[in-house]
Design a binder for this molecule. Structure first.
Ligand code: CAA
Length: 385
């Protein structure tokens, strides 16, 4: 039995209340709160990026479990900061991992964290003594004054994958669906994603039904054997759309109220792309309802497009290994920004590119982006964080 033993959340230093964005662009705030299911979005400080998010999410896992059994670090992201060097190699140094840890970055839009999990399961199956550190981390960024602007956000979730897992044992069967669709992508010379919003929603739902059908064809469990579903949440209302689609597709009566505990973190993080599904899982497990022995369906979607339905069973005693207070504190301790500050941060993000510059200290996270020297990005620990 192999699966997830630990889950830890990190996000940006700032938060924007979406009511401010609604007010500024003359939108009814209920459209964001109810129509999209989003209350807030995380905003990065100038000295934060996907490397600092990933390292900050993973640090508590290394502190709790040590590094002796970790031989692989997989960082999944679509917010990479270099075309060659993986985000994971900086994370590896910041965490003080041994040189005997292989490190790589995975990309397929919001899906790559799930690819990381599948790779980790395979590695542990070959050698059950090993642990794999999988980190899903992203900064969701669209142009301002677009329909997608309220669906930005940022976050990272680190997972420890091992044999005899403490939280969730992943079932061997999963369902997969790949199709070449131009619903959302980010060309190499663009700082923000390009998106066809309507197409992206229908491509997501097509991937869900395709993955479900494949899951069943592979011998997966019947719909009645699932207690809960977690969905990738580009905005949390998308989980409701997905659940309705799955109900319609399978003919099952699925209770939409059971989705609410999966949406609490993402309502506040905003979209965190590849981290979003795992933030939904953390949110569900951190809820006080006891899910011991229950089967959970996890639907991962990455535009472009790849979907996968992964399923797992919650382990006995899982509550003793949760980080509910820490995860909530990460959200509660963000520093609110007003609209003008958010817009200034949005405009400035990455604007200096690879020219030499220093970035002043702003974040209170354990790690920071210090600037660029000789085309190379520099990262360092934050004293006292
Ligand atoms: N009160 C309550 N609800 C309201 C409202 C009000 N005053 N006004 C509107 N609404 C509702 C609408 O009825 C609608 O609900 P339904 O979807 O249930 O019909 C909802 O609010 C959204 O309204 P619109 O459809 O008019 O929203 P929009 O066109 O302005 O933008 C969007 C929606 C296309 C999703 C846009 O936010 C977007 O492009 N987002 C980025 C793309 C995205 O997230 N796609 C998701 C699938 S792709 C994926 O999952 C990968 C990924 O992470 C990007």
């Amino acid at each position: 039995m192999i699966g997830i033993s630990d889950l830890s959340l990190a996000t940006g230093h700032h938060v924007l209340d979406l009511a401010q964005l609604a007010q500024a662009n003359g939108t009814d705030p209920a459209k964001y709160r109810v129509g999209l299911g989003q209350d807030e979005m995380s905003v990065l400080a100038p000295d934060e990026d996907v490397v600092t998010l990933a390292a900050s999410a993973a640090l508590p896992l290394v502190q709790r479990h040590g590094t002796d059994r970790i031989r692989t670090l997989l960082v999944a992201t679509e917010s990479g900061v270099d075309q060659s060097k993986s985000v994971g190699v900086w994370v590896h140094r910041l965490l003080g991992l041994p040189s005997s840890v292989r490190t790589v970055e995975l990309k397929q839009a919001c899906y790559a964290g799930t690819a990381g999990l599948q790779a980790a399961l395979g590695i542990v199956a070959r050698d059950p003594r090993q642990q794999v550190l999988v980190v899903a981390a992203d900064v969701a960024r669209y142009d301002v004054d677009t329909a997608a602007e309220p669906t930005q956000g940022a976050g990272a979730v680190a997972m420890l994958v091992e044999a005899d897992p403490a939280l969730l044992a992943i079932d061997p069967v999963s369902g997969v669906h790949t199709a070449d669709v131009d619903d959302f992508w980010r060309p190499n010379d663009h700082a923000s994603a390009v998106v066809d919003g309507r197409l992206s929603v229908s491509a997501y739902l097509d991937a869900l039904t395709g993955a479900w059908d494949d899951y069943r064809a592979q011998g997966g469990h019947g719909i009645e054997e699932f207690a809960r579903f977690c969905y990738h949440q580009p905005f949390t209302r998308m989980a409701t759309k997905a659940h309705r689609k799955l109900a319609q597709h399978t003919g099952a009566a699925l209770d939409e109220a059971l989705l609410e505990p999966t949406t609490r973190y993402n309502r506040r993080l905003g979209n965190s792309y590849t981290a979003s599904l795992w933030a939904a899982l953390a949110s569900l497990l951190d809820d006080p309802t006891d899910l011991t022995g229950e089967r959970i369906g996890l639907f991962s979607y990455g535009s472009g497009a790849v979907g996968e339905l992964v399923t797992g069973v919650v382990r006995d005693g899982y509550r003793d290994h949760l980080r509910a207070e820490d995860n909530l504190r990460v959200l509660d301790e963000r520093k609110p920004v007003d609209l003008a500050t958010y817009r200034a941060l949005h405009a400035a993000a990455g604007a200096r590119g690879s020219e030499d510059h220093d970035v002043p200290v702003a974040t209170s996270a354990p790690f920071r982006f210090a600037g660029v020297r000789n085309l190379a990005r520099r990262y360092e620990g934050v004293a006292g964080a």
